[in-house]
Design a protein around this ligand. Structure first.
Ligand code: ADP
Ligand code: MG
Length: 379
């Protein structure tokens, strides 16, 4: 019964979010990996929108709770995660711009959420594949009224340099970011590849992954220190009126958010760490400025935020998946990840704290109260 109330609460809350149309934060907890199964988890109670972290004495022994739009526990499937993301993805076909981010320390499951595990099966497909699949599917359903064209780009940002991941021709060129370019592309010189089926998409992603892997051997585990961005461009022509709408979606697998150990951070490693810190905090600043409806949004502070400028803010919709690892020795990163996520979502989130005076939320509370009363009567 209570679960139903919570579920109802969340639905209503998400409707309010829909009206506001902007920023959501989902938290996902990675399960223990097979060889770790005997370890203790730092994750205590989880419900739909809350997560409790058990902190050791070093961090003030006790519990810390965090609230998000949604919390996925370690047993959540790829399909479940996707089904809560689907409405956002579909809005691209209606001409919205969407950004979906995977944030978290290396090993917490960012790539798993976005792409899936190394050995891909249909069940383990990540958000990327499912999103494209869904877009293909719906565009077919709408073919009587709309003619859609879907094309993708895939780029990497490493040390504040932008590179194309969808090339077959040798060393990747460095690319420039153009805001408001003619074609409406933020990186007009990166390959833009039309796609019509998931098979094509998988081929492209393999090319992208190979290009990332090449760099990884040159620079030890580079993939965790670069941001990779799959951008889906959608153009739809209304067959009746001839009007054209454009939507675009960025699916971003961010660089690992971990702080590097001060003593070991020298040379290249230090430079990478500085670039990552700079771009992740720039992203946090932009999203929190948006959430607070601030008049100045600091897009220009990193390549990442410049790239996404047209898709962050305004009518655009943003979803951040924050990932955490359950292991005890990840506790410090887990807490800073959750704090970052809370800051990003500062104004909008946590039904209890937010918008104290907002009519929408008041109404929502009243509805939940009456649901609870109805429930009490039944039981
Ligand atoms: P990141 O991209 O954040 O560095 P990965 O996505 O590569 O982390 O995840 C690290 C490891 O954990 C991988 O072997 C991955 O397959 C596994 N893993 C991550 N999330 C899950 C999950 N939800 N279920 C099962 N395995 C997972
Ligand atoms: Mg990864």
């Amino acid at each position: 019964g209570y679960h139903k109330v919570l579920e109802e609460n969340r639905k209503l809350y998400n409707q309010v979010q829909d009206l506001k149309g902007n920023i959501r934060v989902y938290c996902r907890v990675r399960p223990f990996l097979p060889r770790q199964s005997s370890s203790m988890s730092t994750v205590g109670h989880i419900d739909d929108g809350n997560i409790m972290i058990i902190t050791p004495s070093k961090y003030g022994k006790g519990h810390k709770s965090f609230s998000f739009n949604k919390v996925f526990g370690p047993f959540a499937t790829q399909e479940e995660v996707f089904s809560d993301t689907q409405p956002l993805i579909r809005s691209v076909l209606d001409g919205y711009n969407v950004c979906i981010f995977a944030y978290g320390q290396t090993g917490a499951g960012k790539t798993y959420t976005m792409s899936g595990p190394k050995e891909l099966t249909e069940e383990s497909f990540g958000v990327n594949y499912r999103a494209l699949n869904d877009l293909f599917h719906i565009s077919k359903q709408r073919k009587e009224t709309f003619c859609y064209e879907i094309a993708v780009q895939m780029i990497e940002i490493y040390n504040e340099q932008v590179r194309d991941l969808l090339t077959n021709d040798g060393p990747q060129k460095r690319l420039d970011i153009h805001n408001s370019s003619q074609k409406g592309l933020a990186v007009p010189n990166a390959n833009l590849v039309p796609v019509t089926s998931t098979t094509e998409v998988i081929e492209l992603m393999n090319i992208g992954q190979k290009n990332r892997a090449v760099s990884a051997t040159a620079m030890n585990d580079r993939s965790s220190r670069s941001h990779s961005c799959l951008t889906i461009h959608v153009q739809g022509r209304d067959l009746a009126s001839g009007a054209v709408l454009r939507g675009c979606m960025h699916l971003v697998d961010l660089a690992g958010s971990e702080r590097v150990n001060k003593s070991e951070a020298k040379g290249d490693r230090l430079k990478e760490a500085q670039h990552i810190n700079k771009s992740l905090s720039a992203l946090g600043d932009v999203i929190s400025a948006l959430a607070q409806k601030s008049s100045h949004i600091p897009y220009r502070n990193s390549k990442l935020t410049q790239l996404l400028q047209d898709s962050l803010g305004g009518q655009a919709k943003t979803l951040m998946f924050v990932h955490i690892s359950p292991e005890a020795d990840a506790i410090s990163e887990t807490l800073s990840t959750l704090k970052f996520a809370e800051r990003v979502a500062s104004v909008e989130l946590g039904a209890a704290q937010v918008n104290k005076e907002s009519g929408e939320v008041k109404e929502l509370r009243q509805q939940v109260a009456s649901l609870k009363a109805a429930l009490a009567k039944k039981e």
